[in-house]
Ligand binder design. Structure first.
Ligand SMILES: [Mg+2]
Length: 322
């Protein structure tokens, strides 16, 4: 049987992902034409994922697809944006099986439905190298309401959603590391972009970032953009029950490992102290725990301390590609 060609793939698998959105023009034209909703600004985020770098070569197609889509959606969540659509550029390995492609794109179809976005355009090609997926997510935010990294002021509280370090332990479990809790694999395989929370933080958070490089590294990014220091109580950082159990036998650098590991896609944000009650109430509505882990101070960088106030050395503290 002849291999499916590019045009067949577009017609049978990609056009349905547009859900007939008029901006996509049926994927039949040179570009999409998007009419932005009235009173909104567009929020654009672009990320590339490479097999063997951002996910394991052995990961199933659903994991590759969800990690690509959800890490991008997480960037929109950090800005307080609502997803609208996306452009995708996919370089498939030459010998990829059609069933692998189908499973990958079916996972996108599921995530589109779940998070409210559609395919608006893009490109598909083949490569002698590893699977490479570039997504440009397009979101909307009411005029002037985007939450950036730059608004934190000294004296404000620092908050984080969910639990930290789970994705790193889940990845370690996927790589058969001794002692890594297998129950956390799903936190690595299908991260949960905090879109509802991000939306609710518009007008409440003064600055926000999603935790992708590691809590310490992302706190440093937030500190740098806002021109403040981040004072973080290492022992206040929320851990899941599985991570807590793992930590008991992990030795003294275990906590630093959790605080400097990436991929949790939780939201780290700042807010004035008078908003504490409102933020506690929000946690219930958004269905995700929100924990106060420190405060912004004068100066720069991240100061990590244990409960008795002693500095905790986190080293470079985060993932970097270069
Ligand atoms: Mg980000």
């Amino acid at each position: 049987m002849a291999r499916r060609g590019e045009f067949d793939l577009v017609r049978t698998r990609l056009v349905p992902l547009t859900r007939n959105h008029k901006a996509a023009l049926g994927l039949n034209d040179d570009a999409a034409v998007l009419d932005p909703p009235a009173g909104c600004e567009l929020v654009l985020a672009c990320d590339t994922l490479v097999a063997g770098v951002h996910f394991l070569q052995t990961d199933p197609p659903e994991v590759a697809a969800m990690r690509a889509m959800r890490s991008n959606l997480s960037d929109l969540a950090a800005m307080g944006a609502d997803p609208l659509g996306y452009l995708s550029a996919i370089a498939w390995p030459r010998d990829i099986a059609e069933t692998w492609q189908d499973r990958f794109l079916a996972a996108w179809a599921g995530d589109q439905e779940r998070f409210g976005c559609v395919l608006l355009g893009g490109d598909t090609t083949s490569t002698p190298g590893p699977l490479t997926v570039t997504l440009t997510l397009i979101g909307t935010v009411p005029d002037g309401r985007a939450v950036t990294r730059a608004g934190a002021r000294a004296g404000e509280d620092v908050w984080v959603s969910g639990s930290i370090g789970d994705a790193a332990l889940g990845l370690a479990a996927a790589q058969d590391e001794a002692g890594a809790p297998a129950a956390l694999r799903h936190r690595y395989e299908c991260p949960e972009p905090r879109l509802a929370l991000g939306r609710a933080l518009r007008g409440l958070a003064t600055a926000a970032i999603d935790v992708s490089d590691g809590l310490v590294a992302d706190a440093r990014h937030l500190a740098g953009a806002s021109g403040v220091a981040m004072e973080i109580d290492a022992e206040a950082v929320p851990l899941s029950a599985d991570a807590g159990t793992w930590l008991e036998s992990a030795g003294e650098r275990g906590l630093v490992r959790l605080l400097t590991a990436g991929d949790d896609y939780e939201l780290l944000f700042t807010a004035p102290a008078e908003c504490r009650g409102e933020i506690d109430a929000l946690a219930g509505r958004a269905g995700v725990p929100l924990t106060r882990i420190g405060h912004a101070g004068e100066g720069e960088g991240v100061r990590l301390r244990d409960r008795s106030g002693r500095p905790v050395e986190a080293g470079a503290g985060g993932f970097t590609h270069f």
